[in-house]
Write a protein that binds this ligand. Structure first.
Ligand SMILES: Cc1cc2nc3c(=O)[nH]c(=O)nc-3n(C[C@H](O)[C@H](O)[C@H](O)COP(=O)(O)OP(=O)(O)OC[C@H]3O[C@@H](n4cnc5c(N)ncnc54)[C@H](O)[C@@H]3O)c2cc1C
Length: 407
């Protein structure tokens, strides 16, 4: 068990003790853990990175990482909510938004909302800049048209940061921008033309809706366009910088699940007897355990390094290469660690009496969502070689908005 470093981590560890017995319930019923969200909001963990002038605590990404690891050991679903309520979309708004946008979004997140970040489309996954959703300027509004899929929290999130190709009134393309779309049907806020049309049936993380969102002539107030200082032309690259924090968060969830699996394995190795001895006495399992611990330790060091890093040009977000390397390593290591822990339980690990089978299904996602392992390797290699590694055929450089493979 790692040492407690600060109050955020201590709070998260306390909550995790309460979340652990409920984790299977959200998984089996495929329902969102509203009870845990309320507890995390009451404990000040939702929106903890929001600056104090907007009601948050100005916590660092490292603080979030410490809290996320604790929660992920017990409940992967809650850990994902914690990441998205502090990194990614909300951190982009806090970095690049206007004071009015920040003042609008902050209380919604502090009250328990997990904003949705809407980038991926049916024909634009890893090649995110090939998105076709448009935001066309019309007077003091933008008109959104398009479809996003695999959107985490679709149907439960109130805030959405929707990425779209920005067109001026004469249909000239300006770049890719982010647009804040607010939806809260219970409060009568249900933008016309914005529909949640379907939900995926997923292998793991079953309580989290992964939804397809359709925008048909949805009007967004022009004041809700998030425009980084570089403008729309390179704005997508800036907005995606915020995604480096989410990648550190995603890697930390994977590492936390793996650390939790080790705690379960440690218990069972001493508890289970075969051949008249605790199975902990078999060297074959001891060496597996040592390798698992080494992987988690290395992941944690890389993730913490990335969480504390800063990108170029005064960016407040983690360095892209450090974030990519840490998520790549942690996500792949975690799948192996959880798989090995499950193995140590024999048949019991394969059944639902232990949490290992759920943890294994949950952790499998992290080499896919938020940048696949292959795309992250491409980014790391480009950084080592100090060269662009274009993946797109025949696409002029100016059409990539500073990125060639964003997700
Ligand atoms: C649970 C979950 C939650 C998600 N949440 C969100 C969300 O909230 N918001 C959002 O916008 N998106 C979300 N996504 C989408 C996610 O970001 C994409 O799945 C991811 O970017 C990959 O896109 P794709 O699935 O279309 O795969 P594709 O891009 O079609 O890739 C298919 C395969 O080809 C490989 N590949 C593609 N290009 C290359 C290349 N150049 N070199 C080598 N290999 C390559 C990929 O690694 C992969 O193995 C989520 C996905 C999942 C699974």
């Amino acid at each position: 068990m790692i040492q407690i470093e600060n109050a955020f981590q201590a709070t998260a560890r306390d909550l995790a003790h309460r979340f652990a017995p409920r984790a299977a319930e959200w998984d089996q019923s495929r329902s969102y853990c509203w009870e845990n969200v309320t507890e995390m909001a009451n404990a000040g963990l939702m929106g903890m990175t929001i600056p104090t002038e907007y009601g948050g605590q100005g916590a660092s990404f490292f603080d979030v990482a410490l809290a996320v690891e604790e929660v992920a050991k017990a409940c992967t679903l809650s850990a994902r909510i914690l990441v998205e309520a502090n990194m990614g979309g909300i951190s982009a708004v806090m970095a690049y938004g206007t004071p009015e946008q920040k003042a609008f979004c902050a209380p919604i997140v502090l009250a328990g909302d997990k904003p949705a970040i809407c980038i991926t489309e049916p024909d634009a996954g890893s090649a995110a800049t090939e998105m076709t959703t448009t935001a066309q300027r019309s007077g003091d509004k933008y008109i959104l048209n398009g479809c996003k899929h695999w959107i985490t929290g679709g149907g439960v999130s109130k805030l959405h940061l929707v990425f779209a190709r920005v067109l001026d009134e004469n249909n000239n393309e300006l770049g890719i921008g982010g647009f804040i779309v607010h939806r809260d049907p219970e409060q009568g806020i249900d933008p016309e033309g914005f529909d949640i049309v379907s939900r995926e049936r997923t292998m793991g993380l079953c309580g989290m809706p992964e939804a397809t969102l359709v925008f048909e002539n949805v009007e967004v107030d022009a004041d809700f366009a998030v425009i980084p200082p570089s403008g729309f032309k390179r704005g997508f690259a800036d907005l995606m910088n915020a995604y480096n924090s989410q990648r550190v968060g995603a890697g930390t969830i994977a590492m936390g699940v793996a650390a939790g699996a080790i705690e379960h394995a440690k218990r069972y190795l001493k508890e289970r007897h075969q051949f008249g001895r605790p199975i902990a006495e078999f060297q074959g399992l001891q060496w597996m355990l040592a390798d698992m611990d080494t992987s988690v330790h290395a992941s944690r060091l890389m993730l913490h390094e990335a969480a504390k890093s800063r990108g170029p040009n005064g960016s407040q977000f983690p360095d892209m290469t450090m974030a990519a390397r840490a998520k790549l390593f942690a996500s792949e290591a975690a799948i192996k660690v959880v798989n090995d822990a499950l193995q140590m339980f024999g048949a019991r690990g394969y059944g639902a009496a232990e949490p290992l089978e759920r943890m294994y299904r949950d952790v499998r996602m992290f080499t896919i969502g938020g940048g696949t392992a292959q795309i992250l390797r491409t980014q790391v290699a480009g950084s080592i070689l100090e060269m662009r590694t274009p993946q797109t055929r025949y696409q002029p450089e100016e059409m990539t908005y500073g990125l060639q493979a964003a997700e």
